[in-house]
Design a protein around this ligand. Structure first.
Ligand code: MLT
Length: 408
């Protein structure tokens, strides 16, 4: 009989957002007259910007002519896009990153999930708690996380770094030495950030300990405060200890289009092996390149017209973040995030658990959010709302929540 990868059997339940999707579908079926507002998964609602649509149309037309048709894309990405990213996302910010250190993919989620493959099977991982579930789940699948303690909601070989209101959502350096450290800044789910000085502590630590920081910067476009770095490579020495993930999903609305990239500087080495070369090898073997049409569309993200349109889009979502933040505050909630990120993190009222609050909010306000405990044990007692809804729905959701004030 064939054998399966038994690590998959260790995964508790289904993927967080699938569980929520199922619950919401069941609720809607049982209550067809209720208009449900979804502020759960961080999926965008605004259409693609006109500059992007134009670039896409042009690329589609090229695909229709023999002389400009494109087959397989280069597996690491088209040079035109890699150059544009290296110049505009990095060198313009003073980061010494070149095009051949950038790897185009179908999105940051796949890259964050796949990156662990190129590190040793017995690597110890450290994660913030709460955390984007992909980091932990992908390491569970690889057999790196030990045994699951269901009562505590933790894995025996994972180093958890609690991020709660008590420490201002800033992870403390771990007592045990990790090999791989996952950091997400601005943070999903808490919507909070690490400043340049706080991130420097991590870069110095990783270099001292010979660890790698796997830095998820998917929400970089939402940073509004000066002291929050847009890239980890703004910190001196990060080129020797960090991999960075970026996405076009949140800054340009590509959640359904799919495009992202990973940066691995040549200076990130394990003895004399460049980590970059392993990722290039993996990419070449397992990925056939992101579509030409999509990579051309991404070029418009860097044009003056595209930049202006996307700035407006980000401002639209951040206005929603403000509406949620202020709406919750005025309804008496304890609220965090929402300043440099499209996520608002709130303390559940009256000592309710995260899932109890999920059910209560769905039942009474018909609003969907994400239970904090789904992101890890330190997320218990918290709840996440996303600013990616439409303005109208966001305002309506807040009106409904405000009306419930005092009913708990
Ligand atoms: C989320 O809701 O956390 C995001 O949608 C995650 C993602 O981008 O995959």
């Amino acid at each position: 009989m064939f054998q399966i990868n038994e690590n998959y059997l260790k995964l508790p339940g289904s993927y967080l957002f699938s569980t929520i999707g199922k619950k919401v579908r069941a609720y809607s079926e049982a209550n067809p007259d209720k208009e449900v507002i979804r502020l759960g998964i961080g999926d965008v609602t605004q259409p693609l910007a006109p500059a992007i649509i134009r670039a896409m149309h042009e690329a589609v037309d090229e695909m229709g002519k023999a002389e400009t048709f494109h087959g397989y894309a280069p597996d690491l990405g088209y040079g035109f896009l890699r150059e544009e990213i290296a110049g505009k996302d990095y060198r313009d910010r003073g980061c010494n990153i070149s095009a051949d250190e950038i790897f185009i993919s179908d999105g940051a989620k796949s890259d964050c999930g796949n990156i662990q493959e190129i590190f040793s099977a017995d690597s110890r991982i450290a994660v913030c708690d709460p955390v984007y579930p992909v980091y932990v789940d992908s390491n569970v699948m690889a057999g790196r996380t030990g045994e699951y303690d269901e009562a505590a909601g933790v894995w025996s070989r994972v180093i958890y770094m609690p991020c709660t209101a008590d420490n201002g959502f800033v992870p403390e350096l771990p007592g045990e030495r990790p090999d791989l450290i996952y950091l997400c800044n601005p943070n999903n789910p808490t919507g909070t950030t690490l400043t340049r000085d706080q991130l420097k502590v991590w870069v110095d630590y990783a270099r001292r300990e010979g660890a790698v920081i796997l830095y998820d910067a998917a929400y970089e476009a939402y940073i509004s405060q000066e002291d929050v770095p847009h890239s980890i490579y703004e910190i001196r020495g990060a080129g020797e200890c960090a991999v960075e993930f970026r996405s076009f999903s949140k800054n340009a609305g590509f959640t359904g289009v799919r495009l992202g990239f990973t940066v691995i500087p040549k200076t990130l080495k394990c003895r004399d092996v460049a980590v970059r070369d392993l990722w290039a090898r993996r990419h070449g073997t397992k990925f056939n390149g992101a579509p030409y049409i999509v990579q051309k569309a991404a070029m418009a993200v860097y044009s003056d017209e595209g930049k202006a349109q996307l700035k407006d889009q980000v401002a639209y979502y951040m206005n929603n973040a403000r509406v949620i933040y202020e709406g919750l505050k005025s309804a008496g909630y304890e609220v965090y995030g929402g300043i440099n990120a499209p996520y608002i993190w709130l303390k559940t009222p009256s000592g309710m658990s995260s899932w109890e609050f999920f059910d209560w909010l769905l039942e009474h306000a018909h609003v969907v959010g994400t239970p904090g405990s789904g992101f890890g044990p330190s997320g218990e007692g918290y709840f996440r709302l996303t600013a990616f809804g439409t303005y109208e729905n966001t305002v309506k959701a807040m009106e409904r929540i405000r009306k419930l004030k005092g009913s708990l």
